[in-house]
Design a protein around this ligand. Structure first.
Ligand code: URP
Ligand code: ZN
Ligand code: ZN
Length: 486
């Protein structure tokens, strides 16, 4: 009789804080022992020469989601989760997106139905709130937070999604009271619209003008404003997909002042630039996302932010719109930059790119890599210690990396439902060989081993980031008035 279901032997284990040589024993989907000479198992995996890491958590991706202009993403919960698994992810957190007039409950039910029979990896759902009515704020959101939807994204731009500062304060105060995390897409809508109108009037339609219209100042101004609004009501806030140095600096300064402000960045801000939007003909449409990729100096600032505590989370912001009329060209074959669907894919390439260019090039330690791609997201979004950790009692979500596996990224090798990758032709070293979810092998020998629907919904707890900067700083100006005002 075997003691364990699975034993991973001879690997080098890395967590967000430690590294050690140990075997990992798994029973009933959980890690139950770490050490040497642990005993027998149904299945033994020899991880000699491999790195044994917590499974990746992609904390920002758009899966089977309609955009505000009602374009459906190319990936559903099956293709999206399969692609994520091949890229080393064992959990992802897509969005249940509210469009104006919809009830949040209806939106959540639809997303749960879409995911239930399809996702092969575990998943939670963030909410997108575009219509914070009294019913949403007083009834739906507090109830949904209790049911495990403990984070929600709001937009400061996009005509059909944006909320105003007053609505943002309502949402931040509610999040504070209920232990939830607000995520913000911080770009100043008026600035973008003002520039866009002038560009279009002068006949500047090409994709490259998308990057001109989404000026860095639009992002930094909105980021600073969002931080101040969060400070006013003493609420935590996570600024998503940060692309440029001034916004990054505002986050770091807030953290250094003791505020519970968090930052996320994405591969497109390390590996693409605005020059990519200027490729031949409409090719540039492939790289249109918001905020847009910037320049080489911005890339360096984002790399620095991954090391100096500005960013806690590195996510894909996988927003898959194909290079055809179903996606990028939904408005016709020759759209202006304003009509091109926004977003780039990246679920499967997120971790290999960061491993190759970050860890192997000496910019990040392996512990930082684990923190940025898994552990911090688990903490911030209420999944820790079940996820994001290789500890006794944690889910056996494990990615066994081959640090020497050299690959050239091509769309053909990826498993999403896209027709391009922005990283086509990039050479990377290091890719997951085996991906294990709750003790079950999901990917091995470049083959999917789990069925549709194998993934479980994750009811999340209120955010307990444990990553707060030292409380040394200007706190909320309203704090001394007590809870009455908030
Ligand atoms: O361009 C992007 N990032 N599209 C996806 C939606 C969003 O704002 O994250
Ligand atoms: Zn966004
Ligand atoms: Zn997004």
């Amino acid at each position: 009789m075997n003691q364990f279901d699975l034993l991973i032997k001879n690997g080098m284990v890395y967590t967000a804080v430690d590294s050690f040589e140990a075997d990992i024993a798994v029973k009933d989907g959980k890690i139950i022992a770490l050490g040497q000479n642990l005993g027998n198992a149904e299945r033994v995996i020899d991880a000699e020469g491999m790195l044994v890491l917590p499974g990746g958590i992609d904390a920002h991706c758009h899966i089977e989601q309609e955009s505000s202009t009602r374009i459906m993403t190319a990936d559903d919960f099956y293709s999206g989760s399969v692609s994520a698994a091949f890229g080393g992810n064992t959990t992802f957190l897509p969005f249940a997106a509210q469009h104006r007039g919809q009830s949040l409950r209806e939106v959540v039910d639809t997303a749960r139905d879409r995911a239930r029979t399809k996702s092969v990896i575990d998943y939670g759902l963030h909410l997108i709130i575009s219509d914070p009515t009294e019913k949403v704020l007083e009834e739906e959101l507090p109830a949904l937070i209790k049911e495990g939807y403990t984070s929600f994204k709001v937009y400061m731009t996009y005509e059909m999604l944006k909320i105003n500062d007053r609505e943002m304060l309502d949402i931040l105060a509610l999040a504070r009271k209920n232990g939830a995390m607000t995520m913000v897409h911080a770009e100043n809508n008026e600035v973008i619209t003002w520039i866009t109108e002038r560009l279009l009037t002068r006949g500047y339609h090409a994709p490259k003008f998308h990057a001109v219209s989404h000026a860095p100042i639009a992002e930094s101004e909105a980021s600073r404003r969002a931080i101040d609004l969060a400070r006013l009501v003493d609420a935590p806030l996570l600024i998503v997909h940060v692309s440029e140095p001034e916004a990054a600096r505002a986050i770091l300064e807030a953290r250094n002042n003791g505020l519970p402000i968090y930052g996320e960045t994405c591969p497109q801000y390390l590996f693409l630039t605005a020059e990519d939007l200027n490729k031949n003909g409409m090719e540039g449409a492939k790289y249109c996302c918001s905020p847009p990729p910037r320049d080489k100096a911005a890339q360096e600032a984002i790399w620095l932010g991954l090391r100096n505590g500005t960013f806690q989370v590195f996510s894909s912001d996988h927003a898959p719109y194909r290079f055809d009329e179903s996606g990028k060209f939904h408005a016709g074959a020759n759209p202006s930059f304003k009509q091109i669907a926004n977003g780039v894919p990246g679920l499967e390439t997120r971790m290999p790119l960061l491993f190759s260019e970050g860890v192997l090039k000496g910019r990040l330690t392996l512990n930082e890599f684990v923190a940025l791609t898994s552990t911090n997201a688990a903490r911030i979004y209420g999944l820790h210690p079940r996820k994001g950790s290789l500890a006794i009692g944690s889910d056996a979500d494990i990615t066994i990396w081959d640090p020497k596996w050299g690959r050239t990224i091509t769309q053909d090798m990826l498993h999403d439902n896209m027709d391009y990758t922005p990283y086509e032709g990039m050479e990377v070293t290091g890719w997951p060989r085996i991906v294990i979810i709750r003790g079950r092998v999901a990917v091995e020998e470049e083959t999917l081993k789990l069925d549709r629907g194998a993934g479980e919904f994750l009811k999340r707890t209120p955010a307990k980031p444990g990553l707060e900067p030292l409380p040394s700083s200007p706190l909320s100006p309203l704090r001394n008035f007590g809870a009455n005002l908030l």
